[in-house]
Design a protein around this ligand. Structure first.
Ligand SMILES: [Zn+2]
Length: 498
């Protein structure tokens, strides 16, 4: 406590000052009284200075919420401020007394510190509950997305997804909101698929956009619902370990209202524009030989060249190989007949479960468990019947046994062409010749193939085929061991003797 200090000019004035301190007026009619103006001039009164209360840092002990603003000289309660209540400590308490702090801490009512504390604790509890719920829902959604991805990657129908979900009930129990909201309907699965597809496409486009140049591969296809579609693949360069590696990825599929050059070009350009692939970086286009694609007047390639004059157009090399083999085979009369016989055999077994069952039964008796799949021969996939020719060679005995057992006109018509020496010789020869050609076709269909490999692969295949002219392959050699020459029929032998 400070001492009261009086400064007086003389003893009389000192007396007046003392009296004034006890409530007596200085001009109360005394003869020694002095007018106030004169008194103020002669007596200087220094008011007792009130001791300034200060904030004590020890008050903050166990009170994290208490804050002292030294600039404003005010105490605040952060807890009350964050809980949005109104009291002295939210506006700033200027009276630096511990009792005030205690009073604030113990106060009750809607706008009290206790109310703010309750609010804060409920908010914290709510946050914990929210985080737990989110974490559970997140793991459920990840499991549901995994199942959707599995179904899509394995060509399973969307209706299989709920059954897959049933396999992991414990992970997916938080996915079900109620009996109606299970996120397993077709639309939910499609939404999941779309989300997955968007992520995959975004990553693909980032890689494709980073490439200095890219090319596209186009083909038309008709789906099971008889809609025509345009299928587009993109080929680009990717930086891996300091070198550029070519990559081929599926870009998208779009339904075509009309499959003409104008519609295909417009759909392709729209797709590239939507995906942010700059047309100025288009370096090449690969198509089949259809006139709608490569027509010199208004084909898709011609239209693209008008927009990007430098693009390189390639006719699919595997497709070209199949077409050239098919056309070459069509020039040999017997090979045309051979293809027809193979197709008849394919239809005889593949379209009749009865005949197929009999074939399997005969194979069981003959203990021949080798391939029985006969394939249809078509000009665009001419090399795909390599397996069919090999199957005929492998199971010829069983095939003949089934046909001989059947008395129908169809089986009789088939028996004659397949039971001659020429058919067997050609079948064994083709089994040898088609194998390297099928391997070449598969090599040409590899996604990482580049122009430098095309000729090397072709020349090595031609060399293998050239060798077959002088040296029979393994299938033909085995056949010739059993039947080196065409056996003479009894009629011929009799005729010869006579
Ligand atoms: Zn408070």
């Amino acid at each position: 406590m400070g001492k009261r200090k009086l400064v007086a000019s003389d003893p009389c004035q000192s007396k007046i000052q003392k009296l004034s301190m006890f409530g007596f007026s200085s001009n109360s009619g005394s003869e020694h009284s002095t007018p106030p103006a004169q008194a103020s001039n002669s007596v200087k009164i220094v008011k007792p200075s009130t001791p300034k209360r200060k904030f004590n840092i020890s008050w903050k002990f166990n009170r994290n919420w208490l804050r002292y603003d030294s600039k404003l000289g005010l105490m605040f309660c952060d807890l009350c401020i964050s809980a949005n209540v109104q009291n002295v400590f939210t506006e700033g308490c200027s009276i630096m007394k511990k009792e005030n702090v205690d009073k604030h801490e113990k106060g009750t009512g809607d706008n009290s510190h206790s109310a703010a504390l309750c609010k804060s604790q409920s908010a914290e509890n709510m946050e914990v509950v929210r985080q737990n719920a989110l974490s559970k829902s997140k793991s459920a959604i990840i499991s549901a997305l995994r199942n959707t991805h599995f179904a899509a990657s394995n060509d399973l129908p969307n209706s299989m997804v709920p059954r897959l979900n049933n396999l992991c009930i414990s992970q997916l129990k938080d996915l079900r909101v109620d009996s109606h909201t299970t996120y397993e309907s077709n639309s939910s699965v499609q939404e999941f698929q779309q989300s997955l597809s968007d992520v995959v496409l975004d990553r693909l486009l980032d890689r494709a956009r980073a490439s200095s140049v890219f090319s596209v591969m186009l083909d038309e296809s008709t789906d099971v619902s008889v809609h025509q579609n345009l299928i587009v693949y993109v080929r680009f360069l990717e930086q891996i370990g300091g070198r550029e590696v070519p990559r081929v990825e599926f870009l998208g599929i779009r339904q075509l209202s009309v499959a003409n050059a104008e519609a295909i070009t417009s759909e392709l350009l729209g797709m590239l524009r939507d995906m942010g692939l700059d047309l100025s970086r288009l370096g090449g286009v690969s198509t089949d030989e259809a006139s709608v694609m490569v027509g010199c007047k208004s084909g898709v390639v011609t239209r693209l060249r008008e927009l990007c004059p430098g693009i390189l157009a390639t006719h699919c090399i595997a497709h070209r190989l199949a077409l050239s083999c098919g056309e070459a085979a069509d020039k040999v009369t017997y090979l045309v007949k051979f293809q027809a016989v193979l197709n008849d055999l394919y239809k005889y077994f593949e379209r009749s479960p009865k005949n197929m069952a009999r074939l399997e039964k005969v194979q069981g008796i003959l203990e021949d468990s080798r391939s029985t799949r006969l394939k249809q021969v078509s000009n665009t996939r001419w090399l795909s019947f390599e397996g069919s020719v090999q199957a005929v060679v492998n199971i010829f005995q069983s095939v003949v046994a089934v046909i001989l057992e059947d008395n129908s006109a169809k089986s009789l018509a088939l028996h004659k062409p397949i039971s001659c020496y020429k058919f067997l010789y050609v079948a064994h020869f083709l089994a040898d010749a088609l194998k390297p050609l099928a391997m070449l076709s598969k090599s040409y269909q590899k996604s990482e193939l580049d122009f430098t490999e095309v000729n090397c692969l072709l020349h090595s295949t031609v060399q293998v085929l050239d060798k077959l002219i002088s040296y029979p392959g393994c299938n033909l050699s085995a056949f010739l061991q059993h039947a080196p020459t065409e056996p003479l029929l009894l009629v011929d032998i009799v005729a010869k003797r006579s």
